[in-house]
Design a binder for this molecule. Sequence first.
Ligand SMILES: [Zn+2]
Length: 256
Amino acid sequence: MNPCKLFFTKGIALVGLLLSVALSWAATPTTLTPEQAFAQLQAGNAQFIKGRVLHLTAQSQPSVRINAGTNGQNPYAAILGCMDSRVPPEIIFDRGLNEIFSVRDGGNVLGDIEIGSLEYAVEHVGVPLIVILGHSKCGAVTSSVDYYLMNGNTPLTVPAPGYGYIGSLVNSLLPPINTRYNKGTHDRAPLIEESITENVTEVADSLYRKSTIIREYVEYGVPGTRPLQKVKIVTGKYDVVTGVVTWIPWNPPAIP
Ligand SMILES: [Zn+2]
C-alpha cells in the first residue's frame, strides 16, 4: 500500500478509536444549562470567600468517586486557568469530583493542546460552560512584563536564548502586554495587572476565532437539545488575597 495512504488509513482508525474511548469515558452529559453551571461557580466562590468549602468536602466522598469512576464523568464547566498554586479551581469555586474540567498552564495561555482539551470537553463530554480565568499577581505575566520592559518595549520578539521553553510561555503573553502598553499603561505594576485582564479577554477571543467546533457550539448550540442549548464562554479574574472572582464582560468577536 502507498505509505501515505497507509498512514492516512491508520490515522483515521486511530481517531475513531480515540473517539470511541472518549465517548466511553463520558456518562450522560450534565443537564445543567450554562446559566445554571455559572451560578454553581458563583455560589461556590461565595462559599470559599467565607472560608466554608462544604461542597468540596461533600462532593469528594467515596460514593461520588465510585459512581463517577464506574459510570463515567459528567462535569458542567471547563476552566482554563493558571497553574499558580493559589488558584486551584475546585477549591476557589468550592467544587468537588466530577464537576470541573481543569485545564491549567502558566499564565492561562492558549495553545493547540488547550484548545483541543476544551473542544473535547464541549463536544465529547457535553460541558455547557467554558471559563477563562486569570488571577492577580500572576508570576507568568509578571515575568513576561519584566522581559518586555527590559527589552526596550520591543514587542513580539523571540525571547533571548537561555530562557529554555519558558520562552514559549513568554511569547504567548507578549501580545496582551503590548496591547496595554500601546494603550498608554507604561508603569510596571499597573501594566502587570492590566495585562492579566487583557490576556483573559484575548485568550477568549482567540479560542473563539481558532476553534470552529467551540464557535459552532456557542453560536448555534448543541445539536438535539430542546430548547436549543448554546455553550457559554465567560471570563474572570481571581484575586489571590480576597479570594473574589471578578467577572469580566466578554462578547464573541466578529468573525470575518
Ligand atoms: Zn499565574
